[in-house]
Design a protein around this ligand. Structure first.
Ligand code: OGA
Ligand code: NI
Length: 352
């Protein structure tokens, strides 16, 4: 990704262009060769997984096949009839926007670039560390088990904990259900790693993307894949794009009311020995509307190593990945600039 001169950057956290609502993109945010005109019009055909048939064995086996296909093709799908009410989804989005509307001093309590902190407010990717900036503001917090973390979350707006907590618990359950189906689609026993995910972590990235009238000049998030087994994303408007595996083009992810987007993460790629690939995605800037997304990453415990399942390795499919834990990932991103084509996943690949 080509970028321009970085010398003129003077937008520290708390005073970034996106927080100040500037109506232009400063030099240190600019990404060359974005060619947005084509990308914005091409919406991706998202596999829709309808979970209403889960209780019926015949329908469930169809679901397992559908999920397996989606994971093999592009590593993403959307789920509907997942049992989480619209009220819960809307509640989480309104809690998020309520938080970002708070005065700066309220948000400043959480400001940090230390990626090991369980609750933190930040801008861009790693403001002050990365050379280039992205048009994004975020609040990240651990969420599972909820009781361990909720006391550290923002207590303003006053309903933040209740609404976000409700959403966190509901999506944690959903992640476990979806994970079981994915595991089954790999031909592993349905309980494979099941307890380890349940005892693992949920890391929520609550993202806030103010509008900007020059959306074609910069990105809100650079291309990346997510660590973890899977990520569940809720978005209030379009902006998320995935790299379509067939022709390597960027495609817009449509917003379907009530649906949740699921991404295959790095840990699942490792577990499946590359049969399922973690989806590469990015976020573009919207010119007119503020965008909010909540990306919940589900990973094994902080120090639990994810390794390739023995069943996925044979003569035709030699072991392709090294094991890693969430802490290994955090240590990596604390030292590396993610926006420059480096990825943690690359470091896990065993070169032949
Ligand atoms: C992320 C992410 C997607 C979005 O936070 O990792 O990819 O739609 N977010 O904001
Ligand atoms: Ni992501």
């Amino acid at each position: 990704m080509g970028k321009r001169d970085e010398s003129s950057c003077s937008f520290p956290m708390g005073q970034t262009a996106q927080e100040r609502g500037l109506s232009f993109v400063p030099e240190c945010y600019k990404v060359e060769h974005l060619d947005r005109s084509k990308m914005d019009s091409e919406t991706v055909d998202v596999p829709i997984i309808d979970l209403s048939g889960l209780g019926d064995p015949t329908q469930k086996s169809i679901l397992v096949q559908e999920i397996g296909n989606a994971c093999r093709c592009n590593g993403f799908f959307q789920v509907i009839n997942h049992g989480i009410s619209q009220k819960t989804l809307d509640g989480a989005l309104s809690a998020a926007s309520g938080f970002f509307r708070m005065p700066t001093q309220e948000k400043a309590k959480f400001m940090s670039n230390d990626v090991h902190k369980p609750v933190r407010y930040g801008t861009s990717l790693k403001d002050g560390v990365d050379k280039f900036q992205f048009w994004r503001v975020f609040l990240k917090h651990y969420a599972h088990p909820l009781m361990d973390w909720i006391g550290m979350w923002p207590d303003s707006p006053p309903d933040y904990r209740e609404k976000m907590g409700e959403y966190a618990e509901a999506t944690q359950k959903l992640a476990q259900t979806v994970f079981e189906l994915i595991i089954e689609s790999l031909g592993l026993g349905p309980k494979y790693l099941n307890t380890k995910l349940e005892e693992g972590m949920q890391v929520m990235a609550v993202n806030y993307y103010p509008p900007c009238p020059q959306p074609q000049l910069a990105l809100s998030l650079p291309p990346h894949s997510d660590y973890g087994c899977l990520t569940i994303v809720l978005q209030n408007s379009h902006g998320l794009q995935i790299l379509y595996s067939e022709d390597k083009s960027w495609r817009v992810v449509p917003v379907i009311k009530g649906a949740l987007e699921v991404h295959v993460g790095n840990q699942l790629e490792v577990l499946s020995n590359g049969r399922y690939k973690s989806v590469v995605h990015r976020v573009t800037i919207n010119s007119d509307k503020m965008r909010i997304s909540i990306a919940g990453l589900h990973t094994l415990g902080m120090d639990v190593k994810m390794e390739t399942a023995k069943e996925m390795v044979d003569e035709e499919h030699p072991m392709g990945y090294k094991e890693s834990s969430f802490r290994d990932f955090l240590d990596f991103i604390s030292k590396n600039d993610i926006g420059e084509g480096t990825s943690f996943l690359k470091t896990l690949k065993i070169q032949e």
